[in-house]
Each structure stands twice: as structure tokens, then as C-alpha cells.
Design a binder for this molecule. Structure first.
Ligand code: MSP
Length: 526
């Protein structure tokens, strides 16, 4: 039965331009969304832009612009980036959408009515760059410096609205105990749990020092803190504050989200504040939070001053040279999905493209189709089971079923590396089979036609299934491969059960020789 699935990216700040970090998180979610659609599930994949806050207000002022104009401009850049990669998000939310603003106010009002948000006085350590208060313990640990910018923390006093986070201490600890996979990877879970155990304090949820934000309901002096405004996007996109609205009727069933995918620097908000707010609102909690590590670039942290940001123009150039699949494959298989940062290296990019796309998937699809054209007039031969040892050595129905199961299990754990490996591993198995059975030699002997048909039929079938499992990672190549095998597949509607079951290729189907990935020269730095 088809399930409703929901996955989200962080919403990106519009005072920055899109770069590899944003594209990476979104691509991870895109691969998962494609895999789930392929598995027959109904998917809602959400991304968008975070447009309020003092940073946006300041950037706009520096540029002599209105904040809304800057937000419009940069939000469009992010949207363009999604289109460039043909990312299949179902919604691109903007926090300046009136629909979002209205719902945030409804949520905040409800929290005020319930006493979970109250007006109080606060003094604490403030990281100005991050717009974030830091607890006394943590500030001490950090030597009173921002962990991000290194600038000194400032002592700040404000009359503010607070969220009663302290009331959720026990429930949060219980959540972490009951659902050990709520935060992944494990190292990140342990970090955040350690911080929770130090004790939770109430957190300010409003500001008075700027105006570019959503006003607190009933108190126009205060603006809702940008992080609270932003976290609610996951709920407002589905209309959760307005039961009975059109949006809620169409999308409400997608809540709770299966997974929030984020970078490791914003885990506290997602793993602590967000679940507590949901508990306060009596809303179900998301299935989990995956906090990946960071991309660095050619051995160094990406930074504006070093000029080593892998920004949109660099990405466009890379895609222009190697193709979109190459870009996705590198990100998805060599990226910082787990606890370790990953280094973006041109050399490694080139090497990975050559090894996996050109020499493995591309080469295998090309030689199996070429042999079919050469020896069987381009028609899928019937697999005659005459049981020659070298053919019988590999139990293909079991091999493909095992790869598919491994792929499914990996996708559900968000272990995209392992899912990609299960898929490309099947292609390597076909290559090994060709090397063992030597169809080009068998073809020289007319009396061995049945054996040749048995070999090639199996190769084509296994490549078809591998292309299916590769689809979320290599949408262009897999589509081209399906077409070459005479298959018209729509991964939105066709389902894995059918696509990956052995015996889907009808003998006599027309096959064309296909070249998936051209060999190219390395792309040199300017
Ligand atoms: N607006 C907040 C998120 C609000 S979500 C309710 C924000 N925006 S951001 O524009 O700074 O984007 C942060 C996200 O971009 C990270 O969590 C991560 O997904 C991605 N990345 C930014 N730089 C990155 C790297 N160098 N490497 C990998 N991803 C990183 O925070």
C-alpha cells in the first residue's frame, strides 16, 4: 500500500547565495524523495527560503535595498538553483508568504494562551552573528567567543517573550531514550543529548531591536525571533495551523515528516527546540533528524575571504563539463553524509566520474547493448536455460533481489551511500559475469547461440534492474538506459516491485546501442 512520506531541507537564508552546502542537503533529500516515489509512496518534499531577521535587514540596508526586495532577489536565486538541478521538491516555501505569516501567528498565539510562551526579563550571552543566545555553561566552554565567527559573545539584556523550554526537559530525555534513532548520526545524537542533560533553560522567542519579521500577536513592539518563525515552515507548508483550510485538506496527512535533513550546525534548534514546540502544540513529532557534516573545499574550510566557495557559477561550470549526473553522483557518494566533513576536490571528482560513470555504468550499458545489436539484430534474446556452469554460477534472480532489498533498507535508514553502492555493485557483477562467460568468444561459435542468448539476456535484464536502482542517483543516465532497452518508464508512477523484478524484459524487445557518459578531459581550475 502506498504511504505518505515527507522530507524537508532547512530553509536557506536569503542573505547568502546558493552554494554546494545548500545544494548538497537539497540533493540528499531529492534522492530520497525519488527513491520513495519509485517505491510507490506518495511524497512531499519541502524546501525554501528563510527571509526574516536582522541579518537580512542589515544586508538589505548595506545594499540600499528594502529587505523584501533583497529577499525576492535571492529567493529567486535559490529557486533557480533547484531548477538547474531538476530537483523534484513539491513546494518551495518562503517565510514572507502571507500564508506562512498568518499561521506562525496562530501557532504563537496558541502557545501564549497555553502559557508556554510568556513575557519575561532576560540577561545572557549573545552571539550577534548567529542571532543566538548561548547558555552560561556553553559560553564558558566556548571561552565566551562565537563558535562560528570567533567574535566575543556580548552581554545582552532584554524584555522578551520566552518559550518554556525548561518544562520539556523530561519529555525530551524520554524521547531520546525511546527513539535512539531520533537524531542521526549517533555522534551528533550523543552530543545533543549531553547538552540536554546539562539542563534546559527557557529561550527568548522575540526581539525588539529590529522590525523585519513577523510581529508577536497582540504586541507589535516585539518581532518573532527568526528561528521560531523558520522552524514553523515545516508545519505551515502543510497548513497545520489551520485545520479545515484548503492547504491542510490537501497536505495535512503528510505530517509528521519522516525526516528533517539539516547540517550539523543547526541541530540544537531541530532536535531540542522544535520537538518541544511541537509537544507544546500537541502535534506529532517528526520521525527523525539527520544532521550531516560539512563540505570543505580543496582541504580548507570554505570562506568568502579564501575565495574557495563552491558557488553556483562553479557548479554550473562543472555540470556543463561533466553533466548533471556526475555532479549528483559525486555529492551523493563522496559527501559528508555521516559525522565526518568531506573535501571537495576536482581531482577526486574527475576520478569518481571516470571510475563509476564512464567505466562502470556507462561501459556496461554500452557493451551489453552493443553486443545485442551485433549478435541478435538488436532484439532481446530469450534466455534459454541450458545450464552451462559459468552461467549457472550466478543466480541472477537472487542477486538482483538481494541488491534491491539492500537498496530499500539503506534508503529507509537514509544511508544513501549504501543504496548507491548496492546499485552500482550490481553493474560490477554484470561486468564480472561478462568477463567470466566471455560472450564475444562464445559468439564466434554458431553452435553456441543458445548459450550466447542466455548470457546476453541475463546481462540486459540485470542492467535494466541496476538502472532502476540507480535512478535516484543518476536520473539522466538511468532514463537513457531504460530507453535504450526499449522500456518506457515513468519513475513517478511505475513501481519498484515491478521494475526490479527479474524477467521484466520481453524477448524480442528492440534494444539500441547506448553511450551514457562521455570520456572527458579534467576540468582545470582557472
Ligand atoms: N535559515 C537557517 C535554517 C532554518 S531551518 C528551519 C539556515 N540557513 S542557511 O542558509 O545558513 O543554511 C544552512 C544549511 O545549509 C545547513 O544546515 C546545511 O544544510 C547547508 N550548508 C551550508 N554550508 C554547508 C557546508 N559547507 N557543507 C554542507 N552543508 C552546509 O541555517
Amino acid at each position: 500500500m502506498s504511504k505518505s512520506r515527507c522530507i524537508t531541507t532547512p530553509i536557506y537564508y536569503v542573505n547568502d547565495r546558493p552554494h554546494i552546502g545548500h545544494v548538497y542537503t537539497t540533493t540528499l533529500c531529492d534522492a530520497w524523495a525519488r527513491a520513495m516515489r519509485l517505491s510507490g509512496d506518495e511524497v512531499f518534499f519541502l524546501t525554501g527560503t528563510d527571509e526574516h531577521g536582522v541579518k537580512v535587514e542589515q544586508s538589505a540596508r548595506d545594499k540600499g535595498m528594502e529587505p523584501q526586495a533583497l529577499a525576492d532577489l535571492n529567493s529567486a536565486e535559490f529557486r533557480k538553483a533547484m531548477e538547474l538541478f531538476e530537483l523534484t521538491n513539491d513546494e518551495f516555501i518562503r517565510t514572507t508568504d502571507p500564508d506562512h505569516i498568518r499561521q506562525v501567528q496562530l501557532f504563537v498565539k496558541k502557545l501564549m494562551d497555553r502559557g508556554d510562551i510568556y513575557l519575561g526579563e532576560f540577561e545572557g550571552w549573545y552571539d550577534r552573528g548567529q542571532e543566538e543566545y548561548i547558555t552560561e555553561n556553553r559560553a564558558r566552554e566556548l571561552d565566551y567567543k562565537s563558535p562560528i565567527s570567533g567574535k566575543p559573545l556580548e552581554r545582552e539584556k532584554q524584555s522578551n517573550y520566552y518559550f518554556r523550554l525548561s518544562a520539556y526537559q523530561d519529555r525530551l530525555e524520554k524521547l531520546f531514550a525511546d527513539q535512539p534513532n531520533f537524531v542521526r548520526p549517533e555522534a551528533r545524537r550523543n552530543e545533543v543529548l549531553g547538552r540536554i542533560r546539562e539542563g534546559l533553560q527557557d529561550v527568548p522567542v522575540s526581539r525588539t531591536n529590529f522590525s523585519w519579521g513577523i510581529p508577536m500577536p497582540g504586541d507589535e513592539e516585539h518581532v518573532i525571533y527568526v528561528w521560531i518563525d523558520a522552524l514553523f515552515n515545516y508545519a505551515t507548508a502543510l497548513g497545520l495551523a489551520e485545520a479545515g483550510s484548503e492547504r491542510h485538506a490537501a497536505r495535512g496527512h503528510f505530517w509528521p515528516a519522516d525526516l528533517h535533513v539539516i547540517g550539523k550546525e543547526i541541530l540544537w534548534f531541530h532536535a531540542v527546540i522544535w520537538p518541544s514546540m511541537l509537544m507544546a502544540l500537541d502535534l506529532p513529532l517528526p520521525g527523525g533528524i539527520h544532521a550531516h557534516a560539512f563540505w570543505i573545499s580543496e582541504g580548507q574550510k570554505m570562506s568568502k575571504s579564501l575565495g574557495n566557495f563552491v558557488d553556483l557559477p562553479t557548479i554550473e561550470k562543472t555540470i556543463g563539463h561533466y553533466g548533471r549526473d556526475a555532479w549528483r553522483w559525486y555529492l551523493l557518494t563522496q559527501g559528508p553524509l555521516g559525522g565526518q566533513d568531506a573535501d571537495f576536490q576536482r581531482d577526486k571528482f574527475h576520478e569518481t566520474y571516470g571510475a563509476d560513470l564512464v567505466n562502470t555504468f556507462g561501459n556496461c550499458a554500452s557493451r551489453t547493448t552493443a553486443m545485442t545489436v551485433k549478435y541478435f539484430e538488436g532484439e532481446v534474446p530469450a534466455m534459454a536455460d541450458e545450464g552451462r556452469d559459468s552461467i549457472a554460477e550466478r543466480d541472477w534472480p537472487t542477486l538482483t533481489a538481494t541488491a534491491t532489498e539492500r537498496w530499500q533498507a539503506a534508503i529507509s535508514r537514509f544511508d544513501l551511500d549504501d543504496a548507491a553502492e548496492a546499485a552500482i555493485g550490481l553493474v560490477r557483477e554484470v561486468d564480472a559475469f561478462i568477463n567470466d562467460t566471455e560472450p564475444f568468444r562464445v559468439a564466434k561459435d554458431d553452435s553456441r547461440r543458445e548459450e550466447l542468448a542466455g548470457i546476453l539476456g541475463r546481462c540486459l535484464e540485470a542492467v535494466r534492474i541496476a538502472a532502476t536502482l540507480l535512478h535516484p542517483f543518476l536520473p539522466d543516465g538511468s532514463q537513457k538506459c531504460w530507453e535504450a532497452l526499449g522500456q518506457s518508464v515513468d519513475p513517478e508512477f511505475d513501481e519498484l516491485d515491478q521494475l526490479a523484478s527479474w524477467g521484466g524484459l520481453t524477448p524480442g524487445t528492440k534494444v539500441q546501442k547506448v553511450a551514457l557518459y562521455p570520456r572527458v578531459e579534467p576540468l582545470l581550475a582557472e
